[in-house]
Design a protein. Structure first.
Length: 492
């Protein structure tokens, strides 16, 4: 005799999968359309709100001033200088504050420790099947579904090494400021050249300035100079570059074919770096003071790629992709700071379902430069009933990064300007007034109003040119970069 198991079913007005930065912004927008007696179900595989910030290394900090790192226009519940770069704990506290604030306006039921298993669009909504960490199942019948996956950031594992004379760790498994690595005096090799690598080197050299710290930086990375984009104090009235102005200038210079020239201009005008070569840029920020501290503390910075560490008769040697090898002192530490945003086995999914009841926020079908902005604006379209009507361009962010790292950032800024023009034509002004993510909010109101006026008087005229640039990127690199229907014809 078999016993049937009844799977519980929940009903809600919207189900949001993902409680990270994208998910909490989607939740904020949903709360602006729903009444107090309507219901949101929030699902995340983690045990609390915060997304990647729950998992990532303990010494991570915001690389932007904290006020614009929020959900909608929810202010931080403290009185800190706006230029303060918040710690992991402070960011997680703010996520919880955002969730608590939103719950004052709409009913939110959290299902932490659950993952989405499947979703099927029905005639009048979406049927979602979820599973808990302990194997239970649940069905959710939702009017709307937001899959707020964002960048799919997962913790780094230590790099596998053949040598038995070195220790291999990652920032996510070993805090540079404590544990055994902090107590040891042996050299450290930081593998990677991006934001995580800079955080790690900075933590190491400030904790122990005498320690040997080396950087194996791959192609190298340059960063935007935070001092230029976020001047402090009264200087915000007359100095600094508004991020909206930068996006306008980059997209204006880019024609779909000249990414190397645009990259060279951007690097020389706004860039900072700590490596001999700078082959990558992925929207990271660094201050001149941080750059100087890192550069002064490094014993050497090498532009090459790590392969392995092997034991030889003369001691451990690091094998590099170029075929070269570098001697490594026995007892050294190898720290895996390679990229968190990588091409993994994530299948393509369009940013909206055919029926328009499901919104998918992820890097294979990007509609803005950052997932938080995608979530904010597209959730407005979802609830206003325009998600299927507005001809947004989508971009396979990960595919383009793999095929042409130099083309990625100018393409993203062009995409953002193009789709922002469509959002401006189709969303109420309230959506922009409540956009706390807007980096221009760093500056006084008169400067912001001037930038807004310039955009509003030119964005429709510019939109055709921007679409031609994006079409050129699609043709050159054979990536999804175009309106959703035509983009389906591109290769997978």
């Amino acid at each position: 005799m078999t016993t049937s198991v009844t799977i519980p079913t929940e009903k809600c007005d919207v189900c949001i999968v993902g409680a990270g930065f994208a998910g909490i912004n989607a939740l904020f927008v949903a709360s602006r359309y729903l009444s107090r007696d309507q219901r949101v179900i929030l699902i995340d595989s983690r045990q609390r709100v915060g997304g990647m910030w729950v998992d990532t290394y303990d010494y991570v900090r915001l690389h932007q001033p904290h006020p614009m790192f929020t959900a909608g226009n929810i202010a931080w519940a403290w009185d800190r200088p706006p230029e303060h770069l918040s710690s992991k704990g402070e960011v997680l506290d703010h996520f919880q504050h955002c969730l608590d604030t939103i719950k004052k306006d709409v009913r939110v039921d959290e299902f932490f420790g659950w993952t989405l298993h499947s979703d099927t669009e029905t005639g009048d909504g979406v049927r979602v099947t979820c599973r808990s960490a302990d194997g239970r199942e649940m069905v959710i019948d939702a009017d709307k579904l937001v899959k707020a996956y964002g960048a799919h950031v997962v913790p780094n594992d230590p790099l596998p090494v053949s040598s038995r004379q070195v220790m291999s760790v990652s920032p996510d498994t070993c805090d540079m400021r404590s544990s055994h690595i902090a107590d040891d005096e042996k050299p450290v090799w930081v593998i990677g050249g991006g934001k995580t690598a800079m955080d790690t080197v900075h933590a190491l050299v400030t904790a122990n300035p005498r320690r040997e710290v080396n950087l194996m930086a791959g192609a190298g990375t340059y960063f935007s100079n935070r001092d230029v984009f976020y001047p402090v104090g009264l200087r915000r009235w007359w100095s600094g570059t508004l991020v909206s102005g930068l996006a306008d200038e980059v997209s204006g210079r880019f024609d779909g074919t000249n990414e190397d020239a645009v990259s060279d201009w951007f690097r020389s005008t706004y860039g900072l770096w700590c490596t001999p070569k700078t082959g990558n840029f992925v929207l990271g920020l660094l201050s001149a003071a941080e750059r100087d501290t890192i550069a002064a503390g490094l014993s050497q910075a090498i532009n090459d790629h790590f392969v392995d560490v092997v034991d030889t008769s003369t001691g451990p040697e690091m094998i590099l992709r170029s075929g070269k090898s570098v001697p490594v002192e026995a007892g050294s530490w190898i720290v895996n700071c390679t990229g968190y945003i990588a091409v993994r086995d994530h299948p393509y999914e369009p940013y909206r379902s055919p029926g328009g009841n499901t919104l998918s926020i992820q890097m294979r079908s990007s509609t803005m430069h950052l997932p938080s902005f995608m979530a904010y604006f597209s959730t407005h379209l979802l609830f206003s009933g325009k998600l299927c009507d507005v001809p947004l361009y989508e971009l396979d962010w990960l595919d383009l990064r793999q095929k042409s790292p130099a083309a990625l950032v100018p393409t993203l800024m062009t995409l953002a300007q193009h789709n922002l023009s469509l959002y401006a034509d189709n969303l109420p002004m309230k959506a922009f007034r409540e956009l706390g993510l807007d980096f221009d909010r760093w500056y006084p109101l008169p400067r912001r109003l001037a930038a807004t006026a310039k955009f509003m008087t030119s964005h429709r005229r510019e939109r055709d040119r921007l679409s031609r640039v994006l079409d050129t990127v699609h043709e050159r690199f054979d990536v999804r970069c175009g309106p959703l229907e035509s983009a389906k014809q591109a290769v997978g």
